[in-house]
Design a protein around this ligand. Structure first.
Ligand code: C2E
Ligand code: MG
Ligand code: MG
Ligand code: MG
Length: 292
């Protein structure tokens, strides 16, 4: 039994336009529609303290709830969003939504968590970034300390002097700043020292074989001691096994993120996990037992 495709579909395809270009055009139009229709969602992955096991913060990761394709991961649309400049609008939506959700959780009585967003280089370099961040915080009525911004090495090391100024202003607002995927890009150690950073995130590629591969272990160990010497916190991403976690614990890593704890979840599932692991005001008995 076969399904008929609607007869009124109009195709932009012309012989001069190859299939790749047509796909791009469709994706770009799709992204514009998604912004207008509210098809983007943020899912939240816990960041866990290595020693206490408590969830202290969470990373907001964007997904596209596509009407036909289902849940589309960021790798399938963020690169084109960056090329077309749509990343500015998408990034601002992410910022505002993450602030709104962080505040909503607090209002609901959840133990406060810091919410981290990923910021693309284009967004970081936009002229009025600091006022956009400030307005997002004010609009959501969120204290700046509950917002964290993740930036890649290439985003901040490109024109490092200008970056230092923006980071300084963001830091003065009170938001936290971390360097994402650390170790995969190029970092000037001199700037690392001068930037007002809070945290380095060790890229997943070094964590994958950290238990078995002495070179990866050496790199991870070096990043942890570099971070601590600069008085930065350090977090490992992509932790999938107990062995990896134990190894990181033995090296003094502060936090971890990864499937071993949980993948990114819808906001309600994240709140559920927080209720179970970090009882806040949800649970009067748990609150009392912490008082006594
Ligand atoms: P990232 O910021 O380095 O995020 C980590 C990615 O690793 C996420 O993929 C996460 O789901 C995945 N991950 C977490 N734990 C594990 C694990 O234990 N094993 C494995 N194999 N993977 C794990 P995701 O959500 O597909 O995001 C991919 C990238 O897309 C992110 O890398 C980030 O660079 C970008 N991205 C995500 N959300 C946004 C956003 O709102 N704005 C921008 N500009 N970029 C975003
Ligand atoms: Mg990230
Ligand atoms: Mg990362
Ligand atoms: Mg990564």
């Amino acid at each position: 039994h076969s399904k008929k495709v609607g007869g009124n579909t109009y195709s932009f395809f012309t012989p001069s336009m190859n299939a790749f270009a047509q796909q791009r055009l469709e994706l770009e139009n799709g992204l514009r529609r998604a912004l207008g229709n509210g098809e983007f969602e943020l899912h939240y992955q816990p960041k866990v303290d290595v020693t206490s096991g408590r969830i202290s913060s969470t990373e907001a990761l964007i997904r596209w709830r596509h009407p036909e394709r289902g849940l589309v991961p960021p790798g399938d649309f963020i690169p084109l969003a960056e090329e077309t400049g749509l990343i500015l609008q998408i990034g601002e939506w992410v910022l505002r939504e993450a602030c709104r959700q962080a505040r909503q959780w607090q209002v609901n009585g959840m133990a406060p968590v810091r919410v981290a967003i990923n910021m693309s280089a284009t967004q970081f370099r936009q002229k009025n970034l600091v006022s956009i961040v400030k307005s997002a915080l004010e609009n959501a009525n969120l204290e700046p300390t509950y917002l964290e911004i993740e930036l890649t090495e290439s985003a901040v090391m490109h024109n490092a002097a200008a970056s230092a100024e923006i980071l300084e202003q963001l830091s003065r607002l009170g938001v936290h700043i971390s360097i994402d995927d650390f170790g995969t890009g190029y970092s000037s150690l001199n700037y690392l020292r001068r930037f007002p950073l809070d945290k380095l995130k060790i890229d997943r590629t070094f964590i994958k074989d950290v238990v078995a591969n002495p070179e990866d272990a050496a790199i991870v160990q070096a990043i942890i001691s570099l971070a601590h010497s600069l008085r930065l916190k350090v977090i490992a991403e992509g932790v999938e096994t107990e062995q990896q976690l134990q190894f990181l614990r033995s090296l003094g890593c502060d936090q971890y993120q990864g499937f071993f704890c949980s993948p990114a979840m819808e906001p309600e599932a994240f709140a559920e996990m927080m209720r179970a692991k970090n009882p806040g005001k949800f649970d009067p008995l748990a609150t009392m037992s912490r008082l006594y």
